[in-house]
Unconditional design. Structure first.
Length: 261
């Protein structure tokens, strides 16, 4: 974990209301692993003590990028940041997605909303390219299809309103595809999105004896495991324990998670 004062080198609308923020971060950028996040001190948010967590979209030796949408006070303030401005961040944080070896499992990515931004680094670094299922409310919410196709992924799209791809939930498309597979044990799932979608993906993985890595969606305050606001129940031999999404996760294997019914 490193603290770094970064410089905004690009900040623009990406698609619809989604924005791309690119930061020059040579200390943090090369350390980022797929599924990790950074904690930003958002400028012009003086009355907020806490930083804001953001999944990393792209990262390299020069810096990193995030994709976000203005949904609250913090992200609304972030939209006012201009190129050349400085932003302090801490990162990379959290436990991300594991890798799988070449010629072993076929990876299956499942993303809801802009969860696919958090899966991009995994898609780029996995030695085997597989299939990616993207779901959203409408066409404007389906991001990065071309970016994933350029990496060599087969991308399948679903939207709630049918404005792009198959109409319906992303898990429905996943179900149809899984039913066609002759060797389910050759698959490994990686998912990021709303909690309801993550639970649905995890349930399917467990029912089919598959491994599924889920990036849990929880509000984070400190980002480093101290405040315990982002805990989930993790199964143990004796029952369950609290696990911190910001430090022990955000990525957990589906069998670890004890969902509150």
């Amino acid at each position: 974990m490193t603290q770094e004062t970064t410089t905004v080198i690009e900040h623009r609308l990406f698609q619809g209301d989604y924005r791309l923020l690119k930061l020059s971060a040579p200390a943090v950028g090369p350390l980022v692993q797929p599924g990790q996040f950074v904690h930003l001190r958002v400028p012009r948010l003086a009355d907020a003590v806490l930083r804001r967590p953001f999944s990393v979209f792209k990262a390299d030796a020069a810096g990193l990028s995030i994709l976000y949408k203005s949904v609250g006070k913090g992200t609304a303030a972030l939209t006012t940041v201009t190129e050349g401005e400085e932003i302090n961040l801490i990162g990379p944080l959290g436990t991300g997605f594991p890798m799988i070896g070449k010629n072993t499992k076929t990876p299956v990515l499942v993303a809801g909303g802009y969860g696919n931004a958090a899966l991009y680094l995994q898609a780029a670094k996995l030695p085997v390219k597989g299939i990616a299922f993207f779901g959203g409310r409408s066409a404007i919410d389906i991001l990065c299809v071309d970016e994933f196709k350029t990496l060599g992924w087969d991308v399948r799209v679903t939207t709630d309103d049918g404005s792009l791809g198959q109409k319906g939930f992303v898990t429905a498309a996943l179900d149809l595809w899984l039913a066609e597979q002759k060797n389910l044990q050759a698959l490994e799932l990686f998912a990021c999105g709303p909690n309801a979608m993550l639970k649905a993906v995890g349930d399917r993985a467990i029912q089919n004896s598959l491994t599924a890595w889920l990036s849990m969606d929880r509000n984070m305050a400190c980002g480093v495991g101290a405040c315990l606001t982002c805990v989930i129940k993790r199964k143990t031999a004796a029952g369950w324990e609290w696990a911190r999404c910001c430090k022990d996760g955000p990525v957990f294997e589906a069998r670890e998670i004890l969902w509150d019914e």
